[in-house]
Design a binder for this molecule. Structure first.
Ligand code: PEP
Ligand code: MN
Length: 337
């Protein structure tokens, strides 16, 4: 249920909050540009009794939220969310580029890439220290050593850090180093991990599962929001289809679809979405043209020597080319880079 306030009076609003809590629900306050609404979050059963709140002073109406994703949806939160991390805003006018290697491999590899992507205009450095690999015999990541190298690269370049957390038990460790915690496609429906990240006061970069519908994707975001974390960034990274020319089919439909259903920022990952470095520049442009708030791309100064995903990584030179071409697309759709 959402309680739409006619009044901006703080006493009226707090009275509604108290009443919602009295009935055993969590009150989630959203102060929009137009109106203030209070959402009652919790067990669906018995919510009808909240209708009586209509009698309280300052209340305009009490309405059911029709979509299954209550807090991630536009019904409760019509204004777009801007996630602020350091001096970077994701979801505002500026398009944000997150770039870096698939895996953190060594100090030399990471520093070299970090300096190049920073000089070309990336704002956030990506790099996996915990890698979800199909084979248990493939490189699994440098773990804490990799996190330390990411922190060093941040100190050196001023870039913010996004890195994947694979399991619930690693959340405190990864949160000590990362500015943004990434949930990978394979973990999108790991609800124990999502609940734990919901309690964290750091932004979460949630990737769409390769077999997940947009609805399921938004329900996973709902887990983070319902557990108290409002700083959620969604990432479309391609889905599995019958097509074999590309590693995944980058679902750019999802960008405007999510935009219409949700207030959360959307980033596109054309590296995993295509699996081919030569498609990364055109699909990055397409993503921004479709309304994405940013792109995440894999970059390696020596892709042929990469421990993982070298074939889909841009060289440092090609990354600079991407950045020089993306600005014009951003401008054409009313954004900046
Ligand atoms: C990644 O970004 O490092 C990654 C493993 O991507 P995904 O979870 O989308 O496969
Ligand atoms: Mn990768």
């Amino acid at each position: 249920m959402i309680v739409v306030m006619a009044s901006r009076n703080e006493e009226d609003i707090q009275r509604v909050v108290k009443k919602i809590e009295h009935y055993g629900y969590r009150a989630h306050l959203i102060r929009g540009s137009d109106k203030t609404v209070v959402a009652a979050v919790g067990d669906e059963r018995g919510k009808a009794r909240l209708q009586v709140l209509e009698a309280l002073p300052g209340v305009e109406s009490v309405l059911p939220i029709l979509k299954p994703f209550k807090l991630a949806g536009r019904e409760v939160h019509p204004d777009k969310t801007v996630v602020r991390v350091g001096d970077v805003e994701i979801g505002a006018t500026e398009v944000v580029v997150l770039a870096g290697p698939c895996s953190v491999e060594s100090r030399e590899q990471l520093m070299d890439i970090a300096k190049h992507v920073s000089a070309a205009g990336a704002r956030i450095l990506r790099g996996g220290a915990f890698k979800p690999r199909t084979s248990p015999y493939s490189f699994q990541g440098l773990a804490e050593e990799g996190l330390k190298l990411l922190a060093e690269a941040r100190d050196e370049t001023g870039l913010l850090i996004v890195t994947e957390v694979l399991s619930e038990q690693d959340v405190p460790l990864v949160a000590r180093y990362a500015d943004i915690l990434q949930v990978g496609a394979r973990n999108m429906q790991n609800y124990a991990l999502l609940k734990s990240l919901g309690q964290l006061r750091k932004p979460v970069f949630l990737k769409r599962g390769m077999m997940a519908t947009v609805q399921e994707f938004l329900m996973s975001a709902e887990y983070l929001l319902a557990n108290g974390n409002e700083d959620v960034i969604l990432c479309e990274r391609g889905i599995r289809t019958f097509e074999t020319e590309t590693r995944s089919t980058l679902d750019l439909n999802a960008v405007p679809v999510i935009r219409s259903l949700s207030h959360l920022p959307v980033v596109v990952d054309p590296s995993h979405g295509t699996g081919r470095w030569d498609l990364v520049i055109p699909m990055s442009k397409a993503a921004i043209a479709a309304g994405a708030d940013g792109v995440m791309v894999e970059v390696h100064c020596k892709p042929a020597e990469a421990f993982s995903d070298g074939y889909q990584s841009l060289t440092c030179e090609n990354f600079a080319k991407l950045m020089s071409e993306l600005g014009r697309v951003a401008q054409a759709v009313g954004r900046s880079l």
